[in-house]
Design a protein around this ligand. Structure first.
Ligand code: PGA
Length: 229
């Protein structure tokens, strides 16, 4: 299983350091096949020791340059970051990232050999139209994306389940992941209110290879309990 923690705009540099101290200690007992990723805010990127992969939540598709407020490859290389989230719904919806922009980012970081956790997910009104509409919506989010890329992980995150405390049902996750499995061969994560109470059930669903966790990942002990459960 893959366990990925997305801090979003939470934690500082110092609290991230403390987080890693706790997490490293706790996950010493994890199964050797399990992989842990942590995506702190850009200000907390640093060199950390431990059995986890440090990733960035976002970056601009350029080595460096005049892109106010963004970080580029140069800033990631300083901390040997080679893993990136692309296409998260909060960036698509709140920051206005178009599919075209997302695909441009994907191409740039793919050319750099980055491991990419590529996020897709439908809004509630699409989910209410049923499975066929959901699948069509999700497949459209692969437009311009090389789904055969060897360092790709896809995260299915229904927008209405993110940060709401209301995870998708087991049936919804199962049917969506089954449909995605036909489209892509890479590991498939589920994200959207995954937490210590539902992790075992989610992890047992066919075609779920891991979870991308927001709120429940902010506390190192809680996130570790999901990994060890
Ligand atoms: P959540 O966020 O776990 O708080 O729902 C998941 C995500 O956005 O990656």
């Amino acid at each position: 299983m893959i366990f990925a923690a997305n801090f979003k705009t939470n934690h500082t540099r110092s609290s991230t350091k403390a987080y890693f101290d706790t997490l490293s200690q706790k996950i010493a007992a994890k199964k050797s096949g399990d992989k842990v990723y942590v995506f702190p805010p850009a200000t907390a990127l640093d060199h950390y020791e431990g059995d986890f992969t440090l990733g960035a939540q976002n970056a601009y598709p350029a080595q460096k340059g005049a892109f106010t407020g963004e970080i580029g490859l140069e800033q990631l290389e300083e901390f040997s970051v080679k893993t990136l989230l692309i296409g998260h719904s909060e960036r698509r919806e709140l920051l206005g990232e178009s599919q075209e922009k997302v695909a441009e980012k994907f191409d740039f970081f793919k050319a750099q050999g980055f491991e990419i956790i590529y996020c897709i997910g439908e809004p509630l009104e699409v989910r209410q139209e049923g499975d066929a509409a959901v699948n069509a919506y999700l497949l459209a989010q692969f437009e311009g994306i090389d789904t055969g890329y060897e360092n790709l992980i896809v995260a299915y995150e229904p927008i209405w389940a993110i940060g709401t405390g209301r995870s998708a049902t087991i049936e919804e996750i199962a049917s969506t992941h089954q449909a995605l499995r036909k489209a892509v061969a890479c590991p498939l994560l589920y994200g959207g209110s995954a937490n210590p109470d539902n992790i075992r059930e989610i992890a047992s669903i066919d075609n779920v290879d891991g979870v991308l966790v927001g709120s429940a990942s902010l506390d190192a002990e809680k996130f570790a309990s999901m990994i060890l459960s």
